[in-house]
Ligand binder design. Structure first.
Ligand code: T4K
Length: 361
């Protein structure tokens, strides 16, 4: 390969569609402060996903931060060690303690059977991740939360356009937090949002993103600046029109990969119920880190750059001490490689990736 093949490339609408929307902002001179394009994006996203309310924000990390604040969480929050660093960081940033619980070896999501033993009098919430978009066991998690009077925030950063049990996966929990980062299925360059079915919570999230201003511009809460700009919202509106075809295209490519790699004895794919996935990532689990490293080397030889999302397992990081040993997450984190998957990736390129991986011993 002359040009490197990276793990992903942003999905982008034709530039003309983006610029047509920007013309509206140029004409009105409104660039931010919950402007008309952002409000339209919120409405369109609700309609597209079938969710009651979407609060668009500057990024997915802000979404998690505001969710923790809006629910007034303190103490300990039970979470997964197999995630991007933002998940645990924002819990600690909000002066709570992330308590890591091991994951399921097949879905790679928080294992609900291990949650109860981690609950203490300080626990206020469970914060699972729908990792790579595969839905968590939402019913089991909600049952535990109800029984122990805990809040549930889903880190749904990867889980745009995913249904679970006949409705958007974002409808589960008290608040779901999604990311619209450039590397996600749906992007606004930087961006994110909170979804909630509770009106009062939605109103509070709106105040928190806007310095604590309420709808009359009176300061009635302690807020910050987490607004999405009109420029980002315009990109979102343009990209949203193409989301169905982006998802379908990725699904087809995911299928090509799984046809070619699914039978390899040393590889496993993520387990998810059919349809409940958005194909934004192509993660494969090797039977050992050594084999993964051989694959990385073989791919590097063809100028292909996969990513080790999410290594190391977050429970092994010093900043989240005391360190607990969580064998499933530690093994999975060492053995997962995300292969290139994006709109313009060709079948030939997928073949080359698969050749590299099939050829290792
Ligand atoms: N929770 C979870 C579970 C998450 O995964 C994330 C973010 C969050 C919370 C927080 O959401 P945000 O606050 O980010 O909205 C990416 C993203 O920065 C991050 O959003 C994402 N998860 C995380 C999993 O991955 P990297 O380290 O992959 O970025 P980078 O720059 O290495 O990009 C990967 C490849 O993508 C590059 O090789 C080239 C390509 N690329 C990247 C960018 C930024 C492009 O082609 N264009 C671009 O603009 O972090």
């Amino acid at each position: 390969m002359n040009e490197p093949i990276y793990v992903t490339q942003p999905s982008l609408a034709p530039l003309t569609e983006f610029s047509a929307l920007l013309e509206e902002a140029w004409a009105s001179g409104i660039l931010t402060h919950n402007g008309p394009l952002m409000q339209r994006l919120e409405r369109d996203l609700c309609g597209y996903m079938g969710v009651p309310d979407m609060i668009c924000l500057a990024n997915g990390t802000c979404a998690l931060q505001l969710a923790i604040r809006a629910l007034d969480l303190t103490g300990e929050i039970i979470t997964t060690p197999f995630s991007f660093i933002a998940t645990a960081n924002i819990i600690a940033w909000e002066r709570c303690r992330p308590v890591f619980v091991d994951i399921d070896p097949n879905t790679w999501n928080l294992d609900p059977t291990r949650i109860v033993e981690a609950i203490t009098p300080l626990t206020t919430a469970i914060l699972p991740v729908h990792v790579f978009s595969a839905p968590c066991d939402v019913l089991a998690i909600q049952e535990i939360a109800n029984h122990h009077r805990l809040k549930v925030i889903y880190d749904a950063a990867h889980a745009m356009a995913v249904t679970c049990r006949g409705q958007s996966v974002l409808n589960y929990g008290d608040i779901s937090c999604v990311s619209f980062h450039a590397t996600k299925l749906f992007n606004t360059a930087e961006g994110g949002g909170c979804v909630t079915g509770e009106r009062a919570l939605a109103a509070r999230l709106r105040r928190l993103r806007f310095f604590g201003f309420d709808e009359h511009k009176d300061v009635t809460d302690i807020g910050m600046n987490a607004k999405m700009t009109e420029v980002h919202a315009a990109l979102g509106l343009a990209n949203l029109r193409h989301l169905d075809s982006v998802r379908a295209n990725r699904r087809r490519k995911y299928g090509l990969y799984s046809d070619r790699l699914g039978e390899l004895a040393y590889l496993k794919l993520q387990q998810f119920d059919s349809g409940e996935y958005n194909y934004s990532y192509m993660p494969v689990l090797f039977d050992s880190e050594m084999r993964l490293l051989k694959a990385v080397k073989a791919l590097a030889g063809r100028n292909i750059v996969p990513r080790r999302y999410f290594c190391p397992s977050l429970n092994t990081l010093q900043q989240f001490a005391p360190i607990m040993h969580l064998p499933v997450a530690e093994k999975v984190a060492k053995c997962i490689l995300c292969l290139p998957l994006y709109d313009s990736l060709s079948e030939k390129e997928i073949d080359i990736v698969c050749e590299c991986i099939s050829g290792i011993e």
